[in-house]
Write a protein that binds this ligand. Structure first.
Ligand SMILES: Cc1cc2nc3c(=O)[nH]c(=O)nc-3n(C[C@H](O)[C@H](O)[C@H](O)COP(=O)(O)OP(=O)(O)OC[C@H]3O[C@@H](n4cnc5c(N)ncnc54)[C@H](O)[C@@H]3O)c2cc1C
Ligand code: FES
Length: 415
């Protein structure tokens, strides 16, 4: 442990400094700093008038251009700010406890509100403030049109003023979609083909929220490409006690109608730099968005190398291998590498975890565009390693398949 007492630094970028969740601001120091793994520092504003922020550094230091940057995982704690905030919802009015999110406050009081990831990603918990202003950090990832209408994500909302909140208005109600096909792609992965009641505009790799009923919805990434597939394709992995995924695998039937919301998310192919090399890493059903992104990129004429690493513990967890090998035969700039992390690695498969194999094969990621999808631990680790290997944060697109960890202990990442 050490201290950076009074060391001058310029704030380069700041994301979520007002949230209590982990954020990643970058500090640019005028002279090289030493490598730090864990460090306890305090920040003051130049005027000295702001609160102190005790910060815990998870950090890493790497040359960015000619400056040095120190990335901090920040948990801001307001010093001396004890003002209580009250929330009004339907007929209830209550005070939020310190560190409590609006969602947790609502659930504690028995409000029947939907939620899933509890991490500000899936947008299942979307609400609007009918009075008061939600913090910007609770609106991250929302469309501008929603922000303008005071929509926010209560699971990551720690307001600084009183709020009156309400469910989304009717114009944001979901859309009915009919199940056109259900096909087992692997032992525990189901392809769900949906036909929407009206056409929806989406980018392959974005996600939709599929609802089992009005209160129970889950995010699933879109594997289809509108021009190539017609309907929406999802790959759903069955979790042993999964309320929605198990229902999809065991009870959902062709011809049935479900409600979907979205699309949302920014993990998709953007044309504009067709020569840029692309590295895609996915585990399990994390192949879904990547399958959409790869086919979309190839269809749009991406000319740079595209390398896809799909990982599973054993061979049975890998799927769509025939289609991906065929695609690799068709497009010389596309390479597909199936990876097996368990002890038995059949010939033709790479041994090891997908992100480790990928980084072994491409150790220098400067100027590469990255897509990381699947198990949250893999995504987090791969993101960090990709950054250390030279990838720029703006070129790293990721979707961690977060689930509600409150339900039961989460297993270790498999692949
Ligand atoms: C942006 C986004 C995109 C997503 N895209 C996809 C996708 O394309 N395909 C897909 O299959 N999922 C995807 N998910 C995850 C999906 O939204 C659900 O969280 C998942 O299907 C579980 O929901 P459930 O209702 O079945 O499980 P829940 O009822 O919410 O929980 C199930 C139980 O499983 C346990 N559990 C948690 N993780 C694991 C694990 N790794 N192995 C075993 N048990 C576990 C939990 O502790 C809990 O007890 C995505 C999530 C996000 C946020
Ligand atoms: S965004 Fe709030 S539960 Fe997922």
């Amino acid at each position: 442990m050490g201290r950076l007492g009074g060391f001058p630094a310029i704030l380069l970028a700041q994301r979520g400094a007002q949230t209590r969740s982990n954020a990643m601001p970058s500090l640019d120091f005028p002279s090289p700093v030493f490598f730090v793994r864990e460090l306890d520092v305090k920040l003051t504003s130049s005027s000295g008038s702001l609160d102190l922020y005790p910060l815990v550094i998870n950090g890493l230091v790497r040359g960015i251009d000619r400056a040095y940057a120190l990335c901090l995982a920040v948990k801001p704690i307001r010093v001396g700010d004890t003002a209580m905030v009250s929330i009004r919802y339907a007929d209830h009015c209550f005070q939020l406890e310190e560190q409590q999110s609006v969602l947790d406050g609502l659930i504690d009081r028995g409000a029947d509100v939907p939620f899933s990831c509890r991490s500000g990603i899936c947008q299942t918990c979307l609400m609007r403030a009918t009075r008061g202003k939600p913090p910007e950090s609770a609106q991250r990832g929302l469309k501008d049109s929603l922000i303008q209408r005071n929509y926010f994500l209560p699971c990551v909302c720690h307001p600084t003023e009183d709020l009156e909140v309400a469910p989304p208005s009717d114009d944001l109600a979901g859309m009915p979609a009919t199940i056109k096909a259900l096909e087992l792609l692997a032992e525990d992965i189901m392809r769900v083909v949906l036909e929407c009641a009206a056409p929806i505009e989406y980018r392959p790799g974005q996600f939709i929220n599929l609802h089992r009923d009005g209160r129970l919805g889950r995010s699933y990434s879109i594997a289809s490409v509108p021009k190539l597939d017609g309907h929406i394709h999802l790959h759903v992995r069955r979790l042993p006690e999964g309320r929605v995924s198990r229902w999809i695998h065991e009870e959902l039937r062709i011809g049935q109608t479900v409600e979907i919301k979205g699309p949302a998310g920014d993990c998709y192919y953007q044309p504009g730099n067709p020569e840029q090399a692309m590295l895609l890493v996915g585990t399990g059903s994390g192949l879904a968005p990547l399958y959409g992104i790869v086919r979309d990129a190839l269809d749009q004429g991406h000319a740079g190398p595209i390398r896809l690493f799909h990982g599973s513990r054993d061979r049975r967890g890998l799927y769509l291998m025939g289609e991906l090998r065929e695609l690799a035969g068709q497009y010389p700039n596309f390479e597909y590498v199936p990876c097996v992390s368990g002890p038995e690695v059949p010939p033709g498969f790479a041994a090891g975890r997908a992100h480790e194999v990928a980084l072994r094969e491409v150790p220098n990621l400067k100027n590469w565009r990255m897509f990381l999808c699947g198990h949250p631990d893999m995504v987090k680790l791969a993101k960090k390693k990709a950054f250390l290997a030279g990838a720029s944060m703006k070129d790293i697109h990721a979707d961690a398949f977060l689930i509600d960890r409150g339900a039961a202990p989460v297993s270790a990442p498999t692949p």
